[in-house]
Design a protein around this ligand. Sequence first.
Ligand code: FES
Length: 149
Amino acid sequence: MNTESPVSRRTALCGIVVALAVPSGFVTACSSSSGSAPTQGSNPTGSTGKPGTALVALADVPEGGGALVDGPGGKKIVVARISAAEVKAYDATCTHQGSTVAEPSGGTITCPSHGSQFGAADGAVKKGPATTGLRAVAVRIDGDQVVLA
Ligand code: FES
């Protein structure tokens, strides 16, 4: 009787190993199929984007305010309209702990998480806890669009 018990345990352990291995095989298979999907998309992934790529219609970026838009690779970019003929843009990732900042308002870009404020004209810190300004993204006005420069 004692000799059957270890065999049963071994069989049970093999069953557990197989049970654990099968779902991970499915996960791997699912990852492989979804990993091939981006090749058919037109958006560049992981790059800073091609100059001339349209970000937003100028009409959607109010003077003194701005807009939060999807940049290349889906990265959020905050676009600020400094004047009728001048726009600035920044990576919308807050330099404090990585939250996405809000649209500019009254010349200030505010992070909703802990209240850091950045100047819309230069991205510099106006109020902490952030200690580093927003990372600039080069943009220009091209006709009725704001595009990557
Ligand atoms: S993450 Fe923006 S202020 Fe903390």
